[in-house]
Design a protein around this ligand. Structure first.
Ligand code: DGT
Ligand code: CA
Ligand code: ZN
Length: 580
């Protein structure tokens, strides 16, 4: 399907036209068309073949012609003409958070800034000073923004990594030569971001596996093609490394290539103390004359040979390292706690519907939640003043409530919760009044503006929100947007304290560009007694699948089932969120 490709192209075109200074109704037409195409469930090439492009909302005759030309020839003349005038690399420049189309045009016209690198040089060289609307603080923000964008180019988010790895694994797992296949590295550990993808295969015929791998259609460039190791780049320039090992050492290799490096070092030190050796080939007992192989087939067997329980990949990190090795290195090793698992989740407390900026109706979201075995779903749409995200007016809330009541009458063993994601304003007040707030089953509050206020005011806003008697939880508490925006500056310790004191949960937002709280936040907050909810922030039914990423983050923060409120039954959940 070329839907995403076409949508991306129109989106880029809209942004470039904005930089050019086109009128709003024209640029908006491109964004709207891009959005509608991205949301199609049908293949756009099929629609084009049947001459139905103009039936897509927001697509008129001229746009339909442009899309047809692109689908038939792989090029769009209007786009190519536009980028002669407005260089494509300006898209990088506007991806910096503090830079909108107007600033990008200003920099381009006055200083010939065409790319991120041009911008960095100009900012560092003091050449932005004195331009209209540019203050010292703006320049600092720009430089910080450039660093975040660069990091985003180097490391993808966990969701993207899982998706790409999944494509390669499903393409290879059915080969007769492949006995076992698994992702290793930072992806297996569930890290928020991943630099490259490591895949491991158990096979007695490495060459056949290598051949199949480098010939996959998802391979753009083959950087290395060896007998047991190959490395390729995908069209998105993501590096995928594939290694093949024999059955007797698959477990040891998986252990080794899962890392982290720091965990591997600790493991080797422990082995040495016990007169053993760990390598990617196996676990060995070291004797004077020889080495005896103790384990290697499975990871479990390797851990056992070292006298350890199976340590979950998410724990093989510097986060919690002291706690982890403290458990094993004392005279009386304790068993590890039992950490939360995806199957423990009973519902999602933060999803959107067509009442705000969601793509699916409440009924569709509910059906999808039931398919996932949930007991409840809180439909937490944006509040009135978040206009960009179609916030629900107090008036419309009554209709939404009636819709939910009607659904609940029909549903068996499932409950739709009347929720909201209410805006915290710049002073820490909420977007709905007390009367409106008291109607909801679940109120989660979040910040979408005023990120630059500085730590004092931001902390005060969040603490005040925790103290609000109608608020049950804080959504995406740090505001991070992976590859786009750093967390806003605030005192996390103080907010944790306010959350505990006021019985407010902090969300682990599972949406892959958020993953907010992150693993370190969870590890810290849990030790302060904070309770969590893992929510997907789904804007369409498919997004409900992001739950697993949130669960990985929770596990990386050593969270147990008890720490996460949406592992509880509906009754227990409602009891747990009661405010005193
Ligand atoms: P990434 O790719 O930066 O997101 O993080 P990782 O952890 O996937 O790192 P990567 O891809 O360089 O290596 C995968 C694993 O292989 C790593 O976690 C541990 C193991 N490994 C690779 N090179 C070394 C090394 O030089 N020493 C040790 N002890 N382990 C290594
Ligand atoms: Ca890696
Ligand atoms: Zn949301």
């Amino acid at each position: 399907m070329k839907n995403k490709e076409v949508a991306d192209l129109l989106e880029r075109m809209g942004t470039l036209l904005e930089i050019k200074g086109e009128v709003v109704f024209k640029t908006r037409a491109y964004f709207k068309a891009a959005e509608n195409i991205a949301n199609l469930s049908e293949d756009i090439e099929l629609i084009r073949r049947e001459n139905r492009l103009e039936e897509i909302p927001g697509i008129g005759k001229t746009l339909a012609e442009k899309i047809t030309q692109y689908l038939d020839t792989g090029r769009m003349a209007a786009y190519e003409k536009l980028i002669e005038e407005i260089p494509e690399s300006l898209l990088e420049v506007v991806s910096v958070p503090s830079i909108g189309p107007k600033k990008a045009r200003l920099f381009f016209e006055t200083l010939k800034i065409k790319s991120l690198e041009d911008l960095r040089r100009a900012a560092e060289g003091g050449r932005l000073q004195g331009l209209v609307g540019i203050q010292e603080k703006t320049i600092e923000n720009i430089l910080r923004g450039i660093r975040v964008v660069r990091q985003g180019q180097e490391r993808m988010n966990l969701g993207t990594a899982a998706e790409i790895a999944g494509v390669f694994i499903s393409a290879l797992e059915d080969l007769p030569e492949v006995k076992r296949i698994a992702a290793a590295g930072s992806l297996r550990r569930g890290c928020e971001t991943v630099r490259d993808i490591d895949i491991l295969v158990d096979s007695a015929k490495p060459q056949a596996v290598m051949e199949a791998f480098v010939r996959l259609p998802q391979v753009k460039i083959v950087n290395a093609h060896g007998e047991t190791k190959s490395s390729i780049l995908t069209p998105e320039n993501v590096q995928v490394d594939l290694r093949v090992v024999g059955s007797e050492s698959f477990g040891a290799a998986l252990l080794y290539f899962t890392g982290s490096k720091s965990f591997n070092i600790k493991l080797r030190q422990l082995a040495i103390k016990k007169g053993m050796k760990v390598s990617e080939y196996g676990i060995f007992a070291v004797r004077e004359e020889s080495e005896e192989r103790l384990a290697g087939k499975t990871e479990e067997e390797c851990f056992k040979a070292l006298g350890l329980p199976s340590i979950p990949p998410e724990l093989r990190e510097e986060i919690g390292e002291e706690e982890l090795w403290g458990v094993f290195c004392t005279g009386r090793p304790r068993p590890l706690p039992i950490f939360i698992e995806p199957k423990d989740i009973q519902g999602d407390l933060h999803v959107h519907s067509t009442w705000s900026d969601g793509h699916n109706t409440i009924a569709q979201m509910v059906e999808a939640a039931q398919k996932r075995g949930y007991q409840y779903l809180a439909v937490s749409d944006h509040s009135a003043h978040l206009k960009v995200a179609g916030g629900v007016s107090a008036e419309d809330l009554k209709k939404k409530k009636r819709e939910i009541d009607a659904l609940n009458e029909k549903l068996k063993d499932f409950r739709v919760l009347f929720g909201t994601e209410v805006e915290i304003d710049t002073e820490g007040n909420l977007d709905y009044n007390k009367k409106v707030l008291s109607e909801f089953d679940i109120v989660i509050a979040s910040i979408h503006s005023g990120f630059e206020q500085g730590p004092e005011r931001l902390t005060r806003r969040l603490v005040k929100t925790c103290q609000n008697r109608y608020v049950h939880g804080i959504a995406h508490p740090t505001g991070v947007h992976i590859g786009k925006r750093e967390p806003y500056a605030f005192d996390f310790q103080e907010v944790c304290r306010a959350a505990v004191d006021n019985n407010v949960f902090l969300e682990i937002n599972a949406f892959p560009v958020r993953l907010d709280l992150n693993s370190s936040n969870v590890y810290y907050a849990r030790r302060q007694g904070v309770k969590f909810a893992i929510n997907t922030d789904a804007h369409r039914i498919e997004h409900l699948d992001y739950m697993k990423f949130g669960v990985s983050i929770a596990r990386r923060g050593w969270a147990k089932k008890e720490d996460v409120l949406n592992t509880r039954s509906l009754k227990e959940l409602m009891k747990a969120v009661q405010k005193h």
